[in-house]
Design a protein around this ligand. Structure first.
Ligand code: ADP
Length: 578
């Protein structure tokens, strides 16, 4: 990816460079071409002008006179003026032998230098009746001259030769304005005119010229685009020919500017490439990020799905287990209920058994006594001793009333749970119970401690029935302490939270562990036959529960039994109703 981008960028940069080079080179060529045409025209015009001057002068009448040997100071003046006005460097006359007769220059004596020997070719051509031409090569210091020579005729005779020398320095001055080197090369390959003075009169081939841009191969062009140090500058050579003279004018346009421009173009292309690569990279990066995000999301979703599945499976298993457990529980509950029913049945039967035993005992004894008493009374009456039978009858009456008493107790147990709940003062209940128990208390000489609170505790219930509970608890306590040396019974009443709590404690032997669970069962008793029916605590328990209270039995840590009765205090509505 990076390599491809690099290769493409390089290709783009170099292609841009090459294209730019092509355009700028073409531009330079056009410009140099125009310049060359102008500069060539300058040279051409100059030579054209003087080409006509020598024949013109040769035909003039004054010239004839001069040739005839009548040369005077006046003639010299004419020549000088002509030279000065035309701009020719020098005009001179030669005799057919080649000796100078007259020169526009002051310092040239007659017959001296500058004669035909100086311009052998032109002189010869002129003697042949043609327009002679010859170049006088220049030096680095002196520009070259061009000479036109025309024959002077006197009738058909050759009278002499007139030569006009033109300095090419003017052309060089005009060319000097051009920044590119320009040279005129003659047919022999020698530099004739140049705006580089050092090149004058040198062989064109020997010039220290840089390479021609026109000859560059593609590789050379590529090398041109590289900013290598020491790279030789390259020029663009353009040529125009002067057919009359057989010369060629050449110019060497500098292509450095093209190089520079191409360099800039490449730089811009490089920048564009860098930016494009950056943008591409950014897009690729974003895409990769996006892909990664999508993959991550997918993975997360998959993980979640898997977890949900696992969780669902777990839940299903748990559900199944739960269902199983529920069914097991239901089964256990059913079993329990079954067992409970059986137990209740057994308890009922046991209670019934205990009741039958107690009742049959309670009733059989007096019934047997009543029967024997009745028999005795009958016997006595038969024998006419009715008075004696009276005692038996009285005993029978006593036993019947005892049996009625037992029946009455049983009735209390069967009484329906009370619905008439009224506010009851516990203080009153305790006082009345004490009053009713007074004969027994006196008999036993027990130390009875009553601890009642300042405030009157009011509970909801029935006064008579609550009295029955208190009497029962106290009676049991009195029974339990009957054999003690220092019999003590404590009754305390207090308020605990929203409840009235009454406890009856004695210092008897307490309740044995195996008796404790069944102490509230009906007909359960540890007392001798005839001493107790075993109904007192069970009735008390029933009464307290009817009034939403609770009754519990326990052993005190210091010995003796503690019975605790707890009843909710009467609320506002109940008190207001009263
Ligand atoms: P009963 O008094 O006719 O036996 P209860 O229901 O009143 O019937 O009492 C049942 C049994 O609870 C008693 O036989 C006795 O064994 C036991 N009991 C009751 N109160 C006390 C107490 N204060 N101390 C020891 N045992 C008690």
């Amino acid at each position: 990816m990076a390599v491809a981008t690099l290769v493409v960028s390089l290709a783009v940069v170099f292609l841009t460079g090459l294209a730019s080079l092509r355009f700028t080179l073409a531009e330079i060529e056009t410009r140099a071409d125009a310049n060359l045409a102008v500069q060539t025209a300058v040279l051409e015009r100059l030579l054209d002008k003087f080409r006509l001057l020598s024949p013109l002068l040769a035909r003039g009448p004054e010239t004839g006179r001069m040739v005839a040997g009548e040369g005077t100071e006046f003639d010299r003046n004419i020549v000088s003026v002509t030279a000065g006005m035309s701009g020719a460097e020098e005009i001179w006359l030669m005799d057919p032998g080649g000796r100078t007769l007259l020169s526009s220059r002051d310092n040239v004596p007659s017959g001296a230098i500058g004669g035909g020997s100086m311009i052998p070719d032109a002189f010869y051509q002129a003697t042949q009746g043609q327009l002679g031409r010859e170049l006088i090569p220049g030096t680095p210091e002196v520009p070259a001259s061009y000479v036109f020579a025309s024959p002077l005729r006197s009738g058909n005779e050759l009278a002499g030769v007139l030569a006009v020398r033109v300095s090419l320095g003017d052309v060089e001055q005009a060319w000097a304005l051009s920044k590119d080197p320009i040279v005129a090369v003659d047919g022999k390959g020698r530099v004739v005119v140049s705006n580089v003075p050092n090149w004058r009169n040198k062989g064109f081939a020997s010039l220290d010229l840089t390479r021609n841009a026109a000859d560059l191969t593609l590789l050379d062009r590529l090398a041109l685009l590289l900013p290598t140090a020491g790279q030789r500058p390259v020029h663009m050579e353009l040529a125009a020919s002067l057919p009359v003279l057989g010369w060629q004018v050449r110019t060497f346009a500098d292509v450095e500017s093209a190089r520079r421009q191409s360099g800039w173009a490449m730089l811009i292309a490089l920048l564009v490439c860098v930016i494009a690569a950056g943008v591409l990279w950014l897009i690729a990066f974003r895409r990769r990020e996006l892909d990664r995000q999508i993959r991550r999301d997918k993975a997360a979703a998959l993980r979640l799905e898997r977890r949900v599945k696992a969780r669902t499976a777990e839940l299903r298993t748990a559900n199944r287990q739960l269902e199983q457990e529920v069914s097991e529980r239901l089964q256990a509950e059913a079993d329990l209920r079954q067992m409970q029913a059986e137990l209740v049945q057994a308890a009922k039967l046991a209670t019934l058994g205990r009741m039958s035993a107690a009742l049959s005992h309670e009733y059989n004894q007096p019934l047997a006594a009543i029967r024997s008493d009745a028999e005795i009374a009958e016997m006595l009456i038969d024998r006419g001793r009715a008075d004696e039978a009276k005692g038996n009858l009285t005993r029978i009456g006593g036993m019947v009333s005892r049996m009625a008493e037992i029946a009455k107790t049983l009735k209390g147990f069967t009484r329906k749970s009370g619905t008439d709940i009224k506010p009851v003062s516990l203080r009153q209940v305790v006082d009345e119970a004490m009053l009713l128990l007074q004969p027994q208390i006196k008999q036993t000489k027990v130390d009875l401690v009553i601890d009642l609170p300042e405030e009157n505790l009011i509970v909801g219930g029935g006064r008579i029935r609550l009295e029955q509970v208190v009497i029962n608890l106290l009676a049991n306590a009195l029974d339990a302490v009957s054999t003690e040396a220092q019999p003590t019974v404590c009754l305390t009443l207090e308020q605990v939270g929203g409840k009235a709590v009454m406890s009856v404690r004695d210092n008897g032997t307490g309740i044995s562990e195996d008796v404790l669970p069944q102490i509230f069962d009906p007909f359960f008793t540890t007392k001798d036959v005839g001493a107790g029916l075993g109904l007192g605590l069970s009735i008390a328990y029933k009464i307290v529960h009817d009034f939403s209270g609770s009754l519990s039995a326990d052993n005190h840590e210091d010995g003796g039994a503690v019975f605790t009765m707890s009843l909710p205090l009467a609320d506002e509505t109940l008190l207001a109703a009263e």
